[in-house]
Unconditional design. Structure first.
Length: 345
């Protein structure tokens, strides 16, 4: 087959046959150099003069500030996890968790579960044992085991002769003895919600009739949720007598659980006027749980920076003092800021 070639290819073939080298292609003209613009750096700003030496240990100040911020963040995480004012004032020991678990079981009428939890706490003879003994007796009564309930009250009276649960235990023992000979069923309970609604309406319309009922309810052997709701009704009332009853419970005229709840309600219902009373409760308290409840209540209120600063200055417990300072660190009051500067001196 004949292949047709271009004139250029034929020329190359002829030159090769003659032994002559082929002429190389002319070189490409050089490219013009691209001009490079030199980069110009902006001048560095002048270095500010060092502040005068005030005699402060800057490294220590930074460490203290970081520690306070970490403690405040930890407290915020605890409050978010447990609820700002849930039953968590006492701490996070195994007894505390069992006790609070038992109270939640009471609210759900899970009597067997509550009995197991409170029996364990009572058997360990720790800080919550007297309260656990009371609720053990209460639960036994709900289960219809009246003799065992009276025995638990007797154990409380014998083992904790100065317990603040004794008044509640005496009322419970009287109720159990009055019910002797009757078939008491745990499920045969009155409608607590309707009772509280009626009491709330009666407090607003006729407080002179309602308040003695509420006072007796707080002193009687009622479930924890009902007593807490009764305190809430008192906190919502504008009656001077209702406020007086709430103040009494906040000062400790009742069982420890009710005192903590009354302190909480004071912080919520008297944000403008409750500071002095809460400071008084704090100063009179020997229980760190009560003091922590007061600190929480003051953080709800406005214009209490000065009150918290006063408590911090007087507090001798290093842990509680650090807790107050961690709360002051996130407030914007002038008194709190001035106190922080004092701590840095």
């Amino acid at each position: 087959m004949i292949r047709y070639r271009t004139p250029m290819s034929i020329a190359f073939l002829l030159l090769a046959a003659a032994g002559l080298p082929a002429q190389p292609a002319p070189p490409a003209p050089p490219r013009a150099p691209i001009p490079v613009t030199p980069s110009v750096e902006a001048p560095a700003p002048p270095v500010p003069p060092l502040p005068p030496d005030l005699g402060l240990d800057l490294a220590q100040i930074k460490a203290d500030t970081s520690k306070i911020a970490a403690e405040a963040a930890q407290m915020a995480r605890i409050n978010l996890r447990n609820g700002f004012f849930q039953r968590g004032f006492y701490g996070t020991s195994s007894d505390d968790r069992l006790y609070e678990q038992g109270q939640r079981a009471l609210d759900r009428s899970e009597w067997d579960r509550a009995l197991t939890d409170f029996s364990q706490v009572a058997g360990r003879a720790g800080a919550r044992a007297d309260g656990a003994l009371y609720w053990k007796a209460y639960t036994l009564n709900k289960l219809g085991r009246r003799d065992d309930a009276i025995a638990a009250v007797a154990d409380l009276r014998k083992s904790y002769a100065k317990s603040r649960w004794l008044a509640d235990a005496n009322a419970l023992e009287l109720e159990v003895k009055q019910a002797a000979g009757q078939n008491v069923s745990p499920d045969a309970q009155p409608d607590e919600e309707l009772k509280l609604m009626a009491l709330n309406a009666l407090v607003n319309s006729d407080p002179d009739r309602a308040l003695p009922i509420l006072e007796n309810l707080l002193k009687g052997s009622q479930p924890p949720r009902l007593k807490e709701r009764a305190l809430f009704v008192l906190a919502q009332s504008g009656s001077p007598r209702a406020q007086q009853l709430l103040d009494q419970v906040a000062r400790g005229n009742g069982n420890p659980d009710l005192q903590l709840k009354a302190i909480q309600y004071l912080g919520i219902s008297r944000q403008q006027t409750g500071g002095p009373l809460l400071a008084e409760v704090y100063s009179a308290a020997a229980d760190s749980a009560v003091k922590r409840a007061v600190i929480n209540a003051l953080m709800i209120q406005e214009r209490n920076g000065k009150t918290l600063v006063d408590l911090a200055r007087k507090e001798r417990d290093p842990e509680l003092k650090r807790e107050i300072v961690s709360r002051l660190a996130v407030t914007k009051s002038k008194e709190a800021q001035d106190y922080m500067l004092e701590l840095l001196k």
